[in-house]
Design a protein around this ligand. Structure first.
Ligand code: SF4
Ligand code: SF4
Length: 453
């Protein structure tokens, strides 16, 4: 009975990492796990399996109790105040806004989905340019949520590169979670994120961040979610980027990859190779860990946190962006897409991912579309992609369909040449390298324990 079930291994520096087919893992001195080492925790030997834990982990990882997506990303306008050189949405100073009629239809569509918690995220372009719809649709959505017995939360993705205290006060007063971009100190931020006028919006952004953080400290709203998009301007500036977040009282850093969408797809001078990104990422993570240890400050990186959450808990963090399972996105015209990135591809002119429209479809209809079936199936890439099936990280890793399409014009994707795959493999390697180090592991485990979902 003491047989060793199927498992996958990978060499991480001097360690042999073994991952059981149920997501348990161990580091071993030997290439092949033996019972003499402590494998009782990792579901390795048939006589040591905790069947109940395994069943619950499979059910949660594969969304057996799924009722519908909880996150809904609504594009309110094709206009923007900025002219970022990597803009994925190709937004300009003029363009279409979503009408209040369409926004209401989206809320009605969402309320029909049998999910008790609803997260609405307003995006664009710059969504505050369509503030009249934001201010009217929030009370409408709250009312509808109350009638349908749902809990509802709002967030807005805004550049903050404008001076309008009324709008910021509205967000704070209504406890709307604010997500924005801060690529780093002024020289790094302005390298790619100038206003349409060609001037810098950095000072407005920082002023607004300080105002929101001060309100968050008083418990009036939640702390900002900021992302730094990593481009060639970021390389060598890991510490300066982390330091500006720290100085603004932000405890969460997010180091985003430049994705092959919109302008970014063609601006080769901004792009960096997976190797350069991973080198940057490693240095930034090392520095963040050092701040935790030497200065006793709680600071974490969102991407690493999400990966660790899944590895250590045995199931997918609901904040991970699984197409359709967790999220849907809506274009200015009410088009329904499996992800925000596929919505961007659609609004940029390629409607391959369009599943329907809120003016004529309901949730059941869109689930029967071919693209919906494929997107949902592809979330289980362990079963679909040949290279993923053999990869030790496939229980937790997702190479999204939109990325396969945007990068390689294929829904299936070719993981052998996919930069996303290379980056994900490198990030997982780094996560396990840290987990193998007793001191560092303690810190990153504390991220998983202390960050509220
Ligand atoms: S990246 Fe965002 S803020 Fe920048 S131009 Fe595009 S929509 Fe505007
Ligand atoms: S995308 Fe790459 S790293 Fe991720 S599971 Fe597939 S093969 Fe592994």
């Amino acid at each position: 009975m003491n047989k060793l079930p199927y498992y996958k291994s990978r060499k991480i520096k001097k360690h042999n990492l073994h991952i059981s087919e149920y997501g348990g893992f161990i580091f071993s001195k030997k290439n092949i796990p033996s019972k003499n080492e402590d494998f009782t925790e990792g579901h390795f030997f048939n006589d040591k399996l905790d069947i109940q834990a395994i069943a619950s982990s499979i059910a949660r990882r594969n969304n057996f109790n799924w009722k519908g997506p909880h996150t809904h990303i609504i594009s309110l306008t094709r206009r923007c105040v900025n002219a970022c050189s990597y803009c994925s949405t190709l937004c300009k100073s003029s363009g279409k806004d979503m009408s209040l009629h369409t926004a209401k239809k989206i809320i009605d569509f969402i309320m029909d989905i049998p999910q008790e918690e609803v997260f609405i995220e307003f995006t664009g372009g710059e969504p505050v340019l369509n503030f009249s719809v934001i201010s009217k649709i929030i009370p409408y959505a709250k009312e509808k949520a109350k009638l349908n017995g749902k809990r509802i939360f709002f967030s807005v993705v805004t550049s903050l590169s404008y001076e309008n205290s009324k709008i910021i006060d509205f967000f704070i007063k209504n406890k709307i979670n604010i997500c924005s971009s801060l690529d780093g100190p002024k020289d790094i931020h302005d390298a790619n994120r100038l206003l349409i006028s060609g001037k810098s919006g950095f000072d407005f952004t920082v002023k607004n961040i300080k105002k929101i953080q001060a309100a968050a400290k008083m418990g009036k709203t939640s702390s900002l979610n900021l992302i730094s998009t990593v481009t060639s301007s970021s390389i060598g500036n890991e510490k300066r980027i982390v330091d500006i977040y720290l100085g603004l009282g932000i405890e969460r850093v997010q180091l985003g990859m430049l994705e092959p969408l919109g302008k970014a797809k063609y601006k080769k001078e901004l792009d960096i190779s997976p190797k350069e990104y991973l080198n940057f990422y490693r240095k930034a993570i090392e520095y963040i860990l050092e701040i935790n240890v030497k200065r006793g400050i709680f600071l974490y990186e969102k991407g690493m946190y999400l990966i660790l959450y899944d590895i250590l808990n045995g199931f997918s963090n609901p904040k991970r962006s699984l197409d359709i399972y967790h999220r849907l996105a809506y274009s200015v015209d009410g088009g329904i897409y499996p992800s925000d990135e596929s919505r961007i591809i659609g609004e940029n002119g390629d409607e391959t991912f369009l599943m329907g429209n809120v003016k004529k479809d309901n949730f059941r209809n869109i689930l029967s579309s071919q693209i919906a079936s494929f997107s949902m199936a592809y979330n289980l890439n362990c079963f679909l992609s040949p290279l993923c099936a053999r990869c030790p990280y496939c229980l937790w890793c997702r190479a999204p369909v939109w990325h396969n399409y945007a990068y390689g014009n294929s829904l299936w994707g070719n993981m052998v040449s996919s930069p996303k795959c290379q980056m994900m493999k490198g990030i997982f390697d780094l996560a396990f390298e840290i987990l193998a180090d007793r001191k560092k592991s303690k810190i990153i485990r504390s991220w998983v324990e202390n960050v509220p979902l």
